[in-house]
Design a protein around this ligand. Structure first.
Ligand code: MN
Ligand code: MN
Length: 467
């Protein structure tokens, strides 16, 4: 049951489309290195395509009609899109959900200190990382600084080629005899991930002169006081731009494919729907997946459910019952990346159930760990309908499992949405070296993900499983 490589399907015209899609996606990655930046990019894209603010519609009390397109944001870190279909919402939506947070190094609230003529930012990493991968490489600082007067400064340092970059040092190999005998998890510690920000002392200053010079610079150049870090969210991310990977340019190397590649595919799918889809199509771009879907912007929060209440109200439906029915009758792709089979680490996979780069969009019936724990085990009947939907649209797709049994594991937002009683399956793009500062995907898989998500949003319909 080997799946064919998707590249073998393409004619000249499709190859051009694959390249154009890849180029636009690389730009999306370069402009969206944080969840906030992704939301801003996405809102600009969908506004141009005629999406209107749901909040504005609520204020106006405008009744909604089929064909209306709405967006809603949550604390500027999560985004919802709804494209109202001809069928009543109570019959369920076709939902695409991805996350737009990625592993990174967050700056602490009281970060600045000096040690031996270096000024540092103390950090706390975010998400699952191999810490040793984040040293000795250029990092950029992205985020916001919320001042006491209510203004919010946007920070992006290290992206312009004339900008300075910052980074974390590693020990020289010449003196690493002891370090090289340590376990990989201990080579670099969490508290050892501090970022060098500066190395020049302020003249006339006796103590902590480098930090003093840095504080002066932050104030003069960026308008940031040291105390402002208390109410800041600054993320250190790889400063590199996304690049074509491989001499044949068949892949993309970049930061944050997990899960911006699926987020981007969802956006493209939403923008290619018919003017009035049969069922309401919904796109969820959520935050905080990498730390357990927590907080007001994570999938465990109620912002999605709240928005559905608002939609039902604006469509003139019965509030509570209508919402329950709309959610329970929905079909969802939990769009998240899958572990791509890596021949260099073949022993970590069970090959015939592994995702192969270039063989199309992946479907994971379950994720989880230690006997599927923490997973959403998608229903066989649903998978049957998804198979038909994919094959009818001639999408290149494959099934996958997250590595060898009992080797590790991971989760997605699938199990959270499944709590509403809707049908959910994980579907995403295979990634090589996931969660490393630079991850790798195949351009063909991105292209097939867009085709898959479009087909799902347009063609999926309700289940019939009554006994
Ligand atoms: Mn993910
Ligand atoms: Mn992840």
């Amino acid at each position: 049951m080997e799946r064919k490589n998707a590249w073998l399907n393409y004619d000249e015209k499709q190859l051009e489309a694959v390249e154009a899609t890849a180029a636009a996606y690389r730009a999306f990655l370069d402009h969206g290195k944080t969840e906030r930046e992704c939301v801003r990019e996405a809102v600009a894209m969908v506004r141009e395509a005629g999406y209107k603010s749901l909040r504005e519609a609520i204020r106006q009390g405008e009744p909604l009609k089929p064909g209306d397109k709405l967006y809603d944001t949550q604390m500027q870190k999560a985004l919802l899109l709804f494209h109202i279909g001809e069928t009543p919402l109570e019959e369920g939506m076709n939902i695409l959900g991805a996350h737009i947070d990625s592993p990174r190094i967050d700056i602490k609230q009281n970060p600045l200190y000096e040690n031996t003529d270096f000024a540092y930012a103390d950090t706390h990493y975010y998400g699952g990382i191999k810490k040793y991968q984040w040293v000795a490489r250029p990092l950029a600082l992205h985020g916001v600084v919320a001042k006491k007067d209510g203004t919010v400064l946007n920070v992006v340092i290290g992206e312009d080629e004339n900008d300075p970059v910052v980074g974390i040092s590693d020990l020289l190999i010449h003196l690493s005899q002891e370090q090289m005998t340590k376990k990989a998890s201990e080579v670099i510690t969490g508290e050892g991930l501090d970022i060098i920000l500066a190395g020049k002392p302020l003249k006339g200053e006796e103590k902590d002169a480098v930090k003093a010079q840095l504080v002066k610079l932050l104030k003069e150049k960026y308008g940031i006081e040291e105390e402002d870090f208390l109410s800041a969210e600054i993320e250190a991310v790889p400063a590199d731009k996304a690049r074509d990977f491989g001499l044949d340019r068949s892949m993309i190397l970049g930061y944050g494919h997990d899960d911006r590649v699926c987020a981007y595919a969802e956006l493209q799918a939403m923008l290619s729907l018919p003017a009035v889809p049969k069922y309401t199509a919904c796109c969820i771009l959520t935050d905080k997946e990498e730390i357990g879907s927590v907080g007001a912007t994570g999938m465990e929060a109620k912002f999605f459910e709240n928005a559905v209440y608002e939609l039902i109200a604006l469509c003139g439906g019965n509030a509570a019952l209508g919402v329950r029915r709309a959610l329970a009758n929905s079909r969802m792709l939990s769009c998240d990346v899958s572990a791509g089979f890596d021949p260099m680490f073949a022993e970590a996979f069970e090959k015939k159930n592994a995702a192969m780069l270039g063989r199309g969009v992946c479907y994971n019936k379950f994720t989880g760990s230690r006997g599927k724990s923490g997973s959403n085990d998608a229903n066989a009947e649903f998978i049957g309908r998804v198979r038909a939907c994919m094959d009818d649209a001639q999408v290149a797709w494959q099934t996958a499992e997250l590595g060898r049994v009992d080797l590790g594991g991971g989760g997605t937002i699938a199990y959270i949405c499944a709590l509403y009683g809707m049908e959910v399956i994980d579907s995403g793009v295979a990634v090589l070296n996931m969660h490393a500062p630079q991850e790798i995907i195949s351009k063909a898989d991105l292209y097939e993900a867009i085709r898959a998500y479009t087909a799902f949003a347009v063609n999926m319909g309700p289940r019939s499983d009554e006994i």
